[in-house]
Design a protein around this ligand. Structure first.
Ligand SMILES: Cc1cc2nc3c(=O)[nH]c(=O)nc-3n(C[C@H](O)[C@H](O)[C@H](O)COP(=O)(O)OP(=O)(O)OC[C@H]3O[C@@H](n4cnc5c(N)ncnc54)[C@H](O)[C@@H]3O)c2cc1C
Length: 459
């Protein structure tokens, strides 16, 4: 008799697992049933801001594989609009509610993949029945906001609450649509995924684009008029608005898993081993935004909810379920984003992470340009490096700059992944031609500066 794999969650991690397992095991050997409570499978939440801005015109472009494709090409029994409400590990079955037609189904499993993603943080003041308030987590959220933006009377003012990368990307999307945008952030600056000095460059550029930034300002409530949101309430008074987008971060969606007895780690994510198995629960796997992983530089468990990890982890689990061998060995915190033409990249530890992890370090900031100084289109670019003292090992890097600056972070990520010192990095054979870089690449300039800083401290 064929074994059964049940997948909970039909997006990046869940469907990567399902498709990898199917590639290795035919339907006579492994039946696969995937439950998804929403309307879409394998979609790019990462693309939502660009759909809101109008850069991407059709949400279909954000869907990489539809339920029908999974059914016909992968022989996966995809149950859309089905929410799993219980996992019984003793009986090895899940219970799911049919959200469209009502009723309950029970399905047995031999292998279980838990890939329920993350949930947006929603403080009590955001629990409102006022229309015009949107979280931004799923394609359904994006569709609801798109509808609102064209509904009469058309919103002219928007407030984005939260200045993480989703908040910043949504502020960009709304300003590109011609709304007047205010971004409210409780911390001193938006973009706290980089150090304060680098975040200030981002804030400055956002102001230059016409985005009003109100930082160091906690939100305490929302006001409404005639059932529509009308203002965001803060300690410094109300900010009138026609639409509110919440970008307050996410937490692992683990309620079901916790109730079933899955072990959770200190970050609140599900603990998994390097093959994506849930420890002590035979035949149970988890991947994506609901798990925690190892930070390879700090050695600490971290929750880094990114699509790049969800896809890789799902693939690893699928290979293992399919009878192969694969591991996910942790992250170094590499991420890129942009606000209009300003780009931001980061990898490894920020100064505060390095301090928390107990490292002694130096940090340097190097100003350079994206192309040779005389070459048309050259733009400023700032590179920050954090290096361990006295070893010189790279611990972290951040880039803020214009026009294709951010992807240079990948060079730094590779150096960091391989434990290079800043001294080694000064010798890197990086490509040079005037349209692509100054003769001294910004990465090399920063590495040289870090070597000098280490020498100065240890002199
Ligand atoms: C606006 C936005 C922009 C982003 N930009 C980037 C980016 O640029 N780069 C990047 O790397 N990452 C980005 N991300 C993050 C990325 O989208 C996520 O990390 C990724 O989608 C996580 O995949 P996942 O499969 O773990 O979870 P999800 O994509 O959240 O999928 C989980 C699925 O499980 C379903 N589900 C949950 N509970 C149940 C249940 N009980 N029963 C049935 N189904 C259930 C949910 O409906 C959901 O479809 C962005 C996210 C957002 C929201």
């Amino acid at each position: 008799m064929a074994q059964r794999l049940i997948v909970i969650g039909g997006d990046a991690a869940g469907m990567s697992t399902a498709s990898q397992a199917r590639r290795r095991r035919g339907r006579d050997d492994l039946e696969i049933v995937a439950f998804e409570r929403g309307h879409f499978t394998s979609y790019s939440a990462c693309g939502i801001p660009y759909w809101i801005s109008g850069l991407v015109s059709d949400p279909e472009q954000l869907i990489s594989r539809s339920p029908e494709t999974f059914r016909t090409e992968f022989d996966i029994d995809v149950r859309m609009r089905h929410e799993v409400t219980a996992i019984d590990l003793d009986r090895r079955e899940v219970v799911a509610q049919d959200l469209e037609h009502g009723g309950e189904v029970r399905e047995r499993f031999d292998e279980l993949m838990y890939a329920a993603g993350a949930l947006p943080t929603k403080p009590p003041w955001a629990d409102t029945d006022a229309a015009g308030v949107f979280g931004m987590q799923t394609l359904d959220d994006g569709a609801a906001l798109r509808d609102w933006l064209v509904r009469k009377p058309e919103p002219r003012r928007a407030v984005v609450i939260g200045g993480g990368y989703i908040g910043v990307e949504m502020a960009e999307a709304l300003i590109e649509r011609g709304l007047s945008v205010t971004l409210v952030e409780q911390a001193e600056q938006p973009m706290s995924t980089v150090d304060g000095d680098m975040a200030e460059l981002v804030a400055e550029a956002m102001r230059g684009l016409g985005i009003k930034i109100r930082s160091g300002l906690p939100v305490t409530g929302l006001e409404q008029r005639d059932g529509r949101v009308s203002a965001v309430v803060t300690a410094e008074g109300p900010i009138p608005t026609d639409v509110v987008v919440l970008g307050l971060g996410v937490r692992p969606n683990t309620a079901l898993a916790k109730a079933a007895g899955f072990p959770l780690g200190p970050t609140g994510g599900i603990r998994v081993d390097r093959r994506m198995r849930v420890p002590e629960l035979s035949g149970v796997w988890a991947a994506g935004d609901c798990v925690e992983t190892l930070h390879r530089v700090s050695g600490m468990p971290v929750h880094v909810p990114l699509g790049t990890h969800a896809n890789k982890q799902g693939r690893v689990a699928g290979i293992n379920i399919g009878g192969g061998y694969a591991t996910f060995t942790g992250v170094i915190g590499t991420a890129v984003t942009k606000v209009c033409d300003l780009e931001v990249g980061r990898t490894g530890l920020r100064e505060r992470d390095a301090t928390a992890a107990g490292f002694d370090f130096v940090s340097v900031v190097a100003e350079s340009t994206t192309r040779a100084g005389y070459y048309p289109g050259t733009q400023p670019m700032t590179v920050k490096l954090i290096a361990e003292r006295p070893s010189g090992r790279l611990l972290g890097a951040q880039i803020v700059g214009w026009s294709e600056a951010a992807k240079r972070i990948d060079t730094l990520a590779v150096a960091l992944w391989n434990g290079m010192t800043v001294d080694d990095m000064t010798q890197l054979d990086l490509g040079y031609a005037p349209p692509y870089s100054p003769v001294w690449d910004p990465v090399l300039i920063a590495a040289r500066k870090a070597v000098d800083a280490l020498a100065a401290v240890d002199r």
